[in-house]
Design a protein around this ligand. Structure first.
Ligand code: 13P
Ligand code: SF4
Length: 301
């Protein structure tokens, strides 16, 4: 039997739902019940009536699903699938910043550990970061952990942003030179990049969107060619859902840890009901409020 077929059988038996991020490899996207961006996945996780969530993405995404569903089993098929940017921020450092700037409110990009979220007033994703910041009472905002996203938000707010010096290595690989080269090769293409890109890349793009924001932008656009400034797997869903449109990836934009989820480890996770995500209940309770506040604010792109 093909692993895909056994996964579908076990999914029924366990009353499980499979959630997958837009950067997952095609064969994982194809067996998922829902494929989307961080915000969409958190929203799906919070409303599912399944007993088990199989999370195909990186650590902080699976952890958020557990925080939102303390009584459900959340399986993360490969525990080594971690986001390096989330690992660049630590709760002690955030507490020190809060001491230095007691009037500031703390916004935690979802790409953070549960411990860092527990220090935040509200979470955000790249879809709604500007909307979340503009809704805060304070004019001073500590923004963790992505300095590029912080600088993207700073362009659209009067508030003062204090950035944490983290970054995404995958999006750092998207450089002005690479994008300019693609623009020269495809002069009619529309350039859409992720807000985790360097500011100088955002400057030469036509738009900056979350991964799901890119999906809607492309669907609604009259353009037929697009340069996609984010992780390369994004092109799979874009191509599948937009026949007749052409997409150009930026070379080298690969998130290696996203690729650690495979059909074999999803199957093993459903068979053995492990590895299961555990979050300290006290931390989870503190981290849930900022996540729920983010979801109430909703999509921004
Ligand atoms: P999205 O929320 O736009 O899917 O981004 C998540 C992410 O990790 C981007 O690198
Ligand atoms: Fe983390 Fe970057 Fe990978 Fe997204 S693409 S999961 S931010 S390392």
């Amino acid at each position: 039997m093909r692993p895909q077929d056994r996964i579908l059988e076990l999914k029924k038996e366990r009353n499980a739902v499979i959630l997958a991020h837009n950067y997952q490899v095609p064969e994982i996207q194809d067996i998922a019940d829902f494929v989307g961006d961080s915000l969409g996945l958190a929203m799906q996780a919070s409303k599912t009536d399944a007993d088990v969530i199989v999370f195909c993405g990186v650590d902080f995404m699976a952890e958020s699903a557990k925080i939102l569903n303390p009584n459900k089993i959340v399986l993360h098929p490969e525990t080594k699938a971690k986001c390096p940017m989330a690992a660049m921020c630590d709760p002690q450092g955030v507490r020190m910043l809060k001491k230095d700037f007691p009037k500031a409110e703390v916004v935690a990009y979802v790409n953070t550990s549960a411990q860092c979220k527990a220090e935040a007033d509200v979470c955000c994703t790249s879809s709604n970061a500007v909307k979340v910041v503009n809704k805060l009472d304070s004019d001073l905002v500590i923004f963790i952990p992505d300095e590029n996203l912080a600088s993207f938000v700073q362009r659209s707010t009067e508030k003062d942003i204090i950035p944490w010096p983290g970054f995404c290595p995958t999006h750092e690989a998207i450089t002005v030179d690479k994008v300019q080269k693609l623009k020269a090769e495809h002069p009619s293409a529309f350039v859409v990049v992720h807000p985790e890109c360097r500011p100088e890349v955002i400057d030469i793009a036509d738009a900056a969107r979350s991964t799901e924001g890119m999906m809607s932008l492309v669907k609604e656009s009259d353009k037929t060619e697009f340069i996609i400034g984010t992780e390369q797997e994004m092109l799979y869903r874009l191509g599948k859902e937009n026949p007749g449109k052409t997409f150009y990836p930026v070379p080298g934009a690969v998130c290696p840890t996203m690729k650690l989820i495979t059909l074999d480890n999803v199957l093993a996770a459903l068979e053995t009901m492990s590895p299961e995500i555990k979050v300290d209940p006290e931390i989870a309770a503190k981290a849930r409020a900022p996540l729920e506040r983010m979801m109430e604010i909703g999509r921004g792109d």
